[in-house]
Design a protein around this ligand. Structure first.
Ligand SMILES: Nc1nc2c(ncn2[C@@H]2O[C@H](COP(=O)(O)O)[C@@H](O)[C@H]2O)c(=O)[nH]1
Ligand code: MG
Length: 313
């Protein structure tokens, strides 16, 4: 997947041609405005790793949307729900909530303010169900271990590169942070430059006591939700941002950063690809259709790293 000699020469001569990244010209890669992507990509390469940060969703972005054998990948909440010691009442009521609110979450016609209110209800009610019984982290870890190999292909290479270049990675998930961290740790990609902001279980006297605050739901995943969060101090001057997500709400995860920032938004599209493509192309700069790899973000980073290496000769 490395760059050719000609590509490396182009980088040395500060010439970054989008055509040099063949992946971006595959049939399953769509860009509404290639010229805009090229311009921002050149900013990234010329700006170097010190100005870069990555903000990524977890469920079905870092994890695959489908496994090669077609079997499903559990979401971070799905990993929780698979824990056998959970009371039957919790599972039943949690499933009822999922059946009621998931269709609202993905409804393309409902007004956003109505959807936000419903998501607040969903996460609040789920938190209220998670009260008064034991659940050890080790049980979540045991289920999560079955999904440590469900990261997108080349995720390890991507995280290794980000760690080597000391580029901060924010994994921003409206899912369950206890599962997210467990999968990342067991997949050996929970490097020091990786932070996770999500919903974490709260305990009181050894028993579950809902979620820690603040609530992160599908539609408040943006950097304003990071107000006064220590992560914000780490990245607020990194104005080159790669955003990665699988749902439309993920595209706003970098909202709240200075207007002068340059952002490339990568959208991983899988479900209802044909009917959703136009909306995804209007929302993300690069749309990858049924691409279960991290090859495109990795290619962007490889160009940054090559240029940095030349700069340091
Ligand atoms: N199975 C359940 N799924 C849930 C629940 N509450 C939310 N969700 C889903 O999780 C994703 C997490 O979002 P992401 O930011 O990690 O992509 C969200 O889209 C909901 O559909 C739940 O209680 N059970
Ligand atoms: Mg997701």
């Amino acid at each position: 997947m490395g760059l050719s000699k000609e590509q490396e020469r182009n980088i040395v001569e500060n010439v970054i041609r989008l055509e040099d990244i063949a992946l971006l010209w595959n049939d399953n890669c769509k860009m509404k405005n290639p010229e805009r992507v090229k311009q921002i990509f050149n900013e990234f390469v010329m700006g170097g790793p010190d100005r870069l940060q990555v903000v990524s969703d977890f469920d079905y972005t870092i994890t695959k949307q489908r496994k090669s054998d077609g079997s499903p990948v559990l979401s971070s909440f799905g990993i929780l729900n698979a824990c056998e010691s959970l009371p039957t009442k919790f599972i039943e009521e949690s499933n009822n909530l999922h059946n009621k609110y998931r269709p609202i979450e993905i409804d393309p016609h409902l007004p956003m303010d109505e959807k936000v209110q419903c998501m607040i209800e969903w996460w609040t009610k789920t938190g209220e169900l998670l009260v008064g019984f034991k659940l050890e982290q080790s049980e979540i870890d045991a289920v999560a271990s079955k999904y440590k190999d469900s990261l997108r292909d080349n995720s390890h290479k991507l995280f290794d590169t980000l760690n080597r270049l000391n580029i901060p990675v924010l994994v921003f998930s409206a899912g369950l942070g206890n599962s997210v961290i467990s999968v990342l740790k067991q997949a050996n990609v929970m490097y020091p430059n990786v932070s996770v902001i999500s919903n974490f279980l709260q305990y009181k006297n050894g028993l579950l006591d809902g979620f820690q605050k603040p609530m992160i739901h599908s539609f408040n995943k943006n950097e304003t939700a990071l107000d006064r969060h220590k992560y914000y101090d780490l990245v607020h001057n990194r104005d080159h941002i790669i955003v990665m997500g699988d749902s439309l709400g993920d595209a706003d995860m970098a909202n709240g950063v200075p207007a002068s920032s340059h952002i490339i938004k990568i959208g991983f599209l899988y479900d209802h690809a044909e009917e959703s493509l136009e909306k995804y192309m209007n929302t993300f700069d690069i749309v990858l259709i049924d691409d279960q790899t991290m090859n495109v973000p990795l290619a962007l980073l490889e160009a940054v790293e090559k240029k940095e290496a030349v700069r340091n000769i």
